[in-house]
Design a protein around this ligand. Structure first.
Ligand SMILES: Nc1ncnc2c1ncn2[C@@H]1O[C@H](COP(=O)(O)OP(=O)(O)OP(=O)(O)O)[C@@H](O)[C@H]1O
Ligand SMILES: [Mg+2]
Length: 357
């Protein structure tokens, strides 16, 4: 019997254990990513973090993921589609549990049991939020559940040298929130969470178009424009691209085309990027000088919003810290959780304890 209470363990070499049916899950505000270790690779799955519920009973979940997303805007009035997480934090336990069960169904074949799951949650989560995530995992049928900080998971997934004393930093810019996490000696040295992310950028685009053009556009079109032509104001030059969407004139209620360009998206991003920079300044103020070299050489940005053009340049303009943008920004947290799920020794005992603190 292992310390995780899991019988399903194969001895590969005396000091390394591999658990069958382990899963890593990144419960995100917008996307839930499931990573299943498969040899030295991962099978990756993604579902929208959306459930549909009865309006008068938000715990009665009717559909999850893609199915729930399809119901958006098309449901009878007594059914609504909602997100179980808000700003990176579990808001409704019953809904998050339904999402996690669906994630486990996707990752594990029918009839098989789920051994260990590792769930990534925001690093500044309270004890109550951590316990809620663990409880949800156990209720969803996992034999053992480990909850680790998304920042630490991202660092492991990105292959950063987390165990070294020099320090390394992850900047995770997601949909609902941004985590800045300093890691050294395998534990979290410092963390700052800014409750702003890509969702706020989308809303700002909608607001700016309403203000400037008197046209109402959908948040989905705003997001599409951001992804297609978005950038961040910075010292480097990027081509000003354009993206056309169909909105509704607020004067005439008639269809009206509007053009969204890179500069407008950069204006929409500006207050959010300023919050991220403020968070980074707080981290740098508290940073022990011993960790400066590690941060200088090993800072990685992850999360879907790290794909915005000019982000790297802007962070350097503001902080003199060169950052790398992850090549797989939206799956790296799930990969890190899957590495820990398959190979708990990826987190040495003392590291694991720190990860859970
Ligand atoms: N190419 C792109 N350019 C800009 N933003 C992008 C791009 N691709 C995805 N995004 C944005 O990334 C965000 C989703 O990222 P991610 O999947 O990391 O979030 P999440 O993990 O669900 O959220 P959180 O970590 O805040 O809970 C969305 O706001 C999406 O619009
Ligand atoms: Mg995330």
């Amino acid at each position: 019997m292992s310390i995780f209470g899991n019988e399903d363990i194969e001895e590969v070499v005396p000091t390394r254990r591999v658990v069958k049916n382990s899963l890593g899950i990144d419960l995100g505000t917008l996307n839930t990513v499931i990573a299943k270790p498969s040899g030295d690779k991962f099978d990756l799955y993604q579902i929208p973090s959306v459930v549909s519920v009865k309006k008068d009973d938000p715990t009665a979940v009717l559909a999850v993921g893609e199915e729930a997303k399809k119901m958006l805007g098309r449901t009878p009035e007594d059914i609504i589609a909602v997100r179980p997480l808000k700003k990176g934090v579990i808001e409704n336990i019953a809904q998050a549990q339904a999402l996690l069960i669906r994630a486990m169904e996707i990752g594990i074949k029918e009839g098989e049991t789920v051994g260990r799951i590792v769930i990534g949650i925001p690093g500044d989560s309270s004890e109550v939020e951590k316990n809620a995530a663990e409880e949800i995992g156990r209720k969803a049928g996992a034999e053992s559940v480990l909850v680790i900080s998304e920042g630490l998971a991202a660092a492991i997934g990105a292959g950063l040298p987390i165990a070294e004393p020099n320090g390394t930093m992850v900047i995770d810019i997601g949909a609902g929130s941004t985590d800045l996490v300093v890691i050294s000696l395998g534990g979290i040295n410092d963390i700052e969470t800014v409750r702003f992310g890509g969702d706020d950028v989308d809303q700002r685009i909608v607001d700016l178009i309403a203000e400037k053009e008197n046209v109402a556009i959908s948040i989905h079109d705003a997001e599409a424009a951001k992804i297609e032509v978005g950038k961040v104001h910075c010292s480097a030059e990027f081509e000003n691209l354009t993206y056309e969407v169909m909105g509704k004139s607020m004067e005439t209620n008639r269809p009206k085309k509007v053009v969204i360009d890179s500069n407008l998206v950069a204006d929409a991003v500006e207050p959010i990027i300023q919050e991220v920079v403020a968070g980074l300044n707080i981290i740098l103020e508290r940073l022990p000088p011993e960790l400066m070299r590690g941060i200088y050489t090993n800072t990685v940005a992850v999360g879907g919003s790290s794909r915005l053009k000019g982000l790297k340049e802007r962070i350097f303009d503001e902080s003199d810290i060169p950052i790398q943008i992850s090549e797989d920004p939206m799956t790296v947290v799930a990969k890190g959780t899957a590495i820990v799920a398959a190979e708990p020794l990826a987190l040495e005992p003392e590291v694991r304890l720190k990860a859970m603190k």
